[in-house]
Design a protein around this ligand. Structure first.
Ligand SMILES: Cc1ncc(COP(=O)(O)O)c(C=O)c1O
Length: 462
């Protein structure tokens, strides 16, 4: 064994203790740590790598050079993108995932995949999904959307009597992916799947909203009949304003039109946990495939998401990876036959820890508190003459314009000043033809006092 490996093996108790202390220092400082920091720029990229001196030296170097440059993104005032933190239980699960280093891809050597199956089923219940949906952990909502569209593509082939997994996408003919406000990852997935970004077509949305207009969708479906095979991507929580497509109205269209229905419920699925908004995801169980992110509102560390589908047979057709050393697909397919990856991290464990530690009630409390936080910020914004709320706060996103900051550059400049104050991190968007700001609530630590602090920091810059 290399002497440095030997040395580190012997020092494992001290090394893991030191890593724990470093992590704890970060976590305990989160309330005061700047929510985000300006990156130092290109110059640091070219820095030479240091001489190797073992794990303790690597940690000292990391602590000195890199830790001070990192965001407080796991903290309560980081409201950019849709970013969760890590609850204590999910953090423990994540540490153990690394320490135990299981590969739940096949079920020959341990019961790690069984825990994954149980976790997927238990979380599916939170979102109102029945046993007809099975699923797997993937790295994020982008991969979950990718899997959903891959299954949709296979289903379209089935309708035409071809197998895309065997014959390739050329056998399929024209495909359209219809959506009101598709997340950018849908375009990326269309590109990766050989369907092409141009296959994604925007359907008109309801006035002043980014929820799809069901009448416009019906008209599109009518126009495409016999011309193209169709996947509909419904949004349960649009990234700009947290708006929801009417799933029941979309489902009703299936009486007259054939399409695969994928629902991007990356964060919106969690609406099911609060009775004030649970109706927003009514009908989710009837979708053909569903995307839910865990590293957003479930506050599980990156990277973790769920993909669900009612058509596991199609999933096996697309992702099967048969080889003598991996075994047959069988009645209960191993994950190697279900996900884009073969070998993979045991992502289920952090989510299992959160589920086992806090359960539905604990998760519901986070959702409810975040909804209250978003509503509070919405009220403060609505009362401030220099700001203009662009959409009602339907879930956890507050979308607003800043008077005087009418273009991308001005909004960006304002948000950079806010970031540099260390008080909060928010991200820009373009909504209803206006450059705007959005604040997304999904961190388990965010309290009403944080909301007031974010607002005060913002107002000080107006
Ligand atoms: C609705 C929606 N879908 C997909 C994604 C992509 O998520 P990820 O970055 O986890 O792949 C996001 C991220 O914000 C999202 O909000």
């Amino acid at each position: 064994m290399h002497p440095l490996l030997q040395q580190d093996l012997q020092s494992l108790p001290e090394l893991t203790q030191a890593a724990r202390d470093l992590a704890l220092g970060y976590l305990q400082g989160l309330d005061e740590r700047p929510a985000a920091r300006a990156p130092r720029g290109q110059a640091v990229d070219a820095k030479p790598m240091p001489l190797q001196q073992g794990a303790a030296a690597a940690m000292a170097l990391f602590e000195r050079e890199w830790l001070p440059t990192l965001a407080g993104s796991a903290g309560p005032r980081y409201l950019g993108f849709v970013t969760g933190g890590a609850t204590p239980a999910s953090l423990l699960g994540d540490w153990l995932t690394s320490a135990l280093d299981q590969n739940p891809t096949a079920g020959w050597d341990s019961e790690a995949p069984v825990l994954e199956r149980q976790t997927v089923a238990a979380l599916g219940e939170w979102f109102g999904l029945s046993a007809a949906h099975s699923g797997a952990f993937v790295s994020g909502a982008t991969m979950s959307n990718f899997v959903g569209l891959a299954l949709g593509r296979e289903w379209l082939g089935e309708q035409r009597g071809v197998c895309v997994a065997e014959q390739g996408v050329a056998a399929l003919g024209p495909v359209r992916i219809l959506s009101g406000a598709a997340h950018s990852s849908i375009h990326k997935a269309a590109s990766m799947l050989g369907l092409g970004r141009q296959a994604v077509r925007k359907v008109a949305t309801l006035p002043g909203r980014d929820a799809l207009d069901p009448l416009a969708l019906e008209a599109e479906l009518g126009a495409l009949a016999g011309q193209a095979a169709v996947i509909v991507v419904a949004n349960a929580g649009s990234v700009n304003s947290g708006d929801f497509d009417d799933l029941r109205a979309i489902l009703a269209l299936r009486q007259r039109h054939k399409f695969w229905l994928h629902v991007d419920a990356a964060f919106g699925a969690f609406a099911a946990l609060d009775s004030r908004v649970a109706d927003l995801v009514s009908g989710l169980d009837e979708a053909d495939s569903v995307c839910v992110d865990c590293h957003k509102w479930m506050n599980v560390p990156y990277d973790s998401a769920l993909q669900f589908t009612r058509r596991r047979d199609l999933q096996v057709r697309v992702f099967q990876n048969s080889a003598a050393y991996l075994g047959e697909v069988g009645e209960r397919p191993d994950f190697v036959h279900l996900t884009p990856e073969n070998s993979r991290r045991w992502r289920a464990l952090p989510a299992w820890f959160a589920w086992a530690a806090y359960g539905r009630d604990g998760q519901a409390e986070i959702v409810t508190r975040n909804l209250d936080g978003a509503r509070l910020l919405g009220e403060l914004v609505a009362q401030e003459p220099a700001l203009e709320l662009l959409a009602p706060v339907r879930l956890n996103i507050v979308c607003f314009a800043v008077r005087g900051a009418d273009d991308a550059r001005a909004v960006q400049a304002l948000l950079e000043r806010l970031r540099d104050s260390g008080e909060a991190f928010l991200t820009p968007t373009f909504f209803m033809d206006r450059w705007a700001v959005r604040a997304a609530f999904s961190n388990w630590r965010t309290q009403a006092a944080d909301v007031r602090r974010v607002f005060a920091a913002l107002r000080a810059l107006l």
